[in-house]
Design a protein around this ligand. Structure first.
Ligand code: FEO
Length: 172
């Protein structure tokens, strides 16, 4: 495998691990705050990120490269509110999208069309994840501090995921 490509894919492996860790911390915070629907949503999201990482690890190894399992720093443990959680989540996803775009750009530069093709799954996954995070954040902004609204949001958050992510899990 092209060494430059191997290097950026390993950076991407690290980014997915960091994402999984961050969403796990968010899930645990939500669970401790009694926001259980959101906690379950975030636990599932952390699992998805782990799956994104695994998919990359296997691809690198199968293509003759060497996947590096990264060490990752402890994520932020405390959050102000659900809006704080999902603003950070969206910001994090935008950063991941930029990284993926850079991988895709390098693939074209290096004429590595196999990896370019493989990365298209991540490109569409990012579109969905960003749309989902924006949608959730819009709802939270509308609800503001209304306790009844937040109760319903927490109860219905998995429905939001289901309607926006029709092919969630399709890459398993
Ligand atoms: Fe795997 Fe949310 O990016």
């Amino acid at each position: 495998m092209n060494k430059k490509i191997e290097k950026v894919l390993n950076k991407q492996i690290e980014a997915e691990a960091v994402s999984s860790h961050l969403y796990l911390a968010m899930a645990s915070w939500a669970e401790n705050s009694g926001i259980n629907g959101t906690a379950n949503f975030l636990y599932a999201h952390a699992d998805e990120e782990r799956m994104h990482m695994l998919k990359l690890i296997k691809f690198v190894n199968e293509r003759g490269g060497k996947a590096v399992i990264p060490s990752i720093p402890a994520p932020k443990q405390n959050f102000e509110s659900l809006q704080d959680v999902f603003s950070r989540l969206l910001e994090h996803e935008l950063m991941v999208t930029n990284m993926i775009n850079e991988v895709v750009f390098l693939c074209l530069q290096e004429k590595d069309y196999t990896t370019h093709n493989f990365m298209q799954w991540y490109v569409s996954e990012q579109l969905e994840e960003e749309a989902l995070a924006r949608n959730i954040l819009d709802k939270l902004k509308m609800i503001g501090n209304d306790k009844g609204g937040l109760y319903l949001f927490d109860r219905d958050i998995t429905t939001i995921q289901a309607t926006i992510k029709p092919n969630a899990g399709a890459a398993n």
